[in-house]
Design a protein. Structure first.
Length: 193
């Protein structure tokens, strides 16, 4: 039960290649298709807890021609979901202290472009009231017209690993639980103009 630094993410999350354009394009994160998820140790190597954050919002601004962009994501930590109600309560009340720290945020710059697309995000994760640099590796992304609306939609997958103790999430580390938390971020965002 511990180790649920998520974020992230988000988060979060993300990199988006928009239409070829001389102007930056803004994409709004689709909360119904964006879920920062995580994997963390349970019982000092006995098993792995997996969970996700059910509500995430934010934007990605992307300028394909200039090969630059930003991401700004907010995660509602009260929506953390392990698939087990008792663990959700334990995490929000005794591990993440959501009453005091209701959101986690991730703000970053798209970087390391290959063939016009970013392959990393250099950013800062703020979780449990503590901020640290956390870079994401973008494993894939794709942009295309949405099959129903024809509005451009972009999707991406990104990963990283954090040490939850750096964010003050130390519960059960004294019992041998491992501090590493893998963040697995899937994201979709719609062009806003």
């Amino acid at each position: 039960m511990t180790r649920q630094a998520l974020l992230p993410i988000a988060f979060s999350a993300v990199c988006f290649a928009g239409n070829v354009s001389a102007e930056p394009v803004t994409y709004v994160i689709d909360s119904s298709h964006t879920f920062p998820s995580f994997e963390a140790d349970h019982f000092a190597g006995l098993s792995v807890w997996r969970g996700k954050v059910n509500h995430t919002e934010g934007t990605v601004v992307y300028d394909r021609e200039a090969q630059s962009g930003t991401i700004d994501v907010t995660m509602d930590m009260a929506t953390i979901d392990f698939g087990l109600d008792r663990m959700n309560v334990e995490a929000t009340e005794k591990i993440l202290h959501v009453a005091e720290f209701p959101v986690a945020t991730y703000v970053g710059q798209l970087a390391d472009f290959v063939n016009g697309a970013p392959t990393t995000v250099e950013g800062t994760l703020t979780l449990h009231g503590i901020s640290h640099e956390v870079d994401l590796v973008i494993e894939q992304f794709r942009c295309q017209p949405h099959w129903r609306t024809q509005v451009e939609v972009c999707g991406a997958n990104a990963t990283t690993t954090i040490d939850r103790s750096e964010f003050g999430l130390v519960r059960d580390l004294d019992l041998g639980f491992r501090p590493e938390v893998a963040l697995l971020i899937s994201i979709e965002a719609h062009r806003s103009d």
